[in-house]
Design a protein around this ligand. Structure first.
Ligand code: SAM
Length: 305
């Protein structure tokens, strides 16, 4: 039976206006968690002491790790990502080549023809691949890098490939990240390996945002090259983690079933998707009492009795 807890003392949950959150990532990332940033702050501040390390095993555009280090909410952040295009960008920054990448972006003359020519060159160097990734990410529909994605046709105000190409903004973001580079770690690898490695570490917190493909959902499979995931195994792995974690997931029956099975809490929180439609996603963890301003709490333990 579903039980909803109401409290009239607290502020109702409101969808976050993402424009109020500093955008620090060079990516426009499908499934990006900019909207989650205010909750991330609450969660990290609620920790008994400042975590030494934030592990983000499905890093994508990295807004969570970047926010955590820019705002000194953790000492260091470790991002892990399987996608080699995305990995090339993070690796380039870690290798100290952010300035090279910034200049490459500033000096590129963006047009549909030049973008097509660039993405068809076989690039070997990581930093060249990084540039190619940025070109694709900024000129493809919704920033989708997976096979089958196509160029923005009209984009904003009919500007086509130029409508998301902001070279000076991108250069500024890359330079800002470069200044924080000593606090950032990156691994091109598998989420499960890194979760396994840190499972007994008590000075770590985990932010886990997998592709949304549980319960046969298709959303994640369109958006990412690596979308297949054993969601059941991910929940079982999270249960083994000694320190605190949160997961974000689509609000689906299958996901709630996994949460209940592992005695986690799940709270729906509002967000707006790229089409500005209001919807909810689930935040999952062992204890979500740190979430303030909640007027509607859906606890899996209550919900599934
Ligand atoms: C929902 S997105 C993460 C979005 C990210 N939180 C952001 O704000 O931009 C999921 C990411 O997980 C990556 N991924 C999928 N399977 C993976 C795996 N086994 N290990 C590491 N990354 C994986 C995908 O390439 C995708 O970038």
């Amino acid at each position: 039976m579903q039980k909803l807890l109401f409290s009239d003392k607290e502020e109702p949950l409101k969808a976050v206006n993402v424009a109020s959150v500093p955008q620090r990532s060079p990516f426009r990332y499908p499934g990006g968690k900019t909207w989650f940033v205010p909750r991330l702050r609450e969660w990290l501040i609620s920790q008994p002491k400042r975590p030494r390390l934030l592990v983000e095993p499905f890093a994508g555009g990295g807004i969570i790790s970047l926010t955590a280090i820019f705002e000194s909410l953790v000492e260091i952040a470790l991002m892990v990502e399987l996608d080699e295009d995305v990995a090339a960008v993070w690796q380039t920054i870690i290798d100290g080549e952010a300035e090279w990448l910034a200049k490459r972006i500033l000096n590129f003359e963006m047009s549909r023809e030049n973008a097509i020519a660039e993405i068809h060159i076989h690039r070997k160097l990581t930093k060249e691949k990084a540039f190619q990734t940025i070109v694709k990410n900024r000129t493809f529909h919704s920033g989708i890098l997976a096979a089958g994605a196509g160029f923005l046709k009209n984009g904003e105000k009919g500007k086509g490939v130029l409508s998301r190409w902001y070279p000076t903004t991108l250069a500024k973001r890359l330079r800002a990240i470069n200044l924080m580079r000593d606090k950032l770690r990156f691994e091109h690898g598998d989420a499960f390996d890194v979760l396994e490695r840190y499972k007994d570490d008590e000075e770590v917190v985990f932010f886990i945002d997998p592709p949304y493909t549980a319960g046969g959902k298709k959303a994640g499979s369109r958006l990412y090259t690596h979308f297949e995931l054993d969601h059941e195994a991910l929940f079982a792995t999270c249960r083994k983690l000694k320190s605190d974690f949160i997961m974000t997931y689509d609000n689906s029956e299958e996901v709630k079933k996994f949460a209940r099975k592992h005695h986690f809490m799940a709270k729906p929180i509002p967000m707006k998707n790229t089409h500005h439609a209001a919807m909810t996603e689930l935040v999952i963890g062992r204890d979500l009492s740190w979430m303030r301003g909640v007027d509607r709490v859906l606890e899996d333990r209550d919900e599934y009795k």
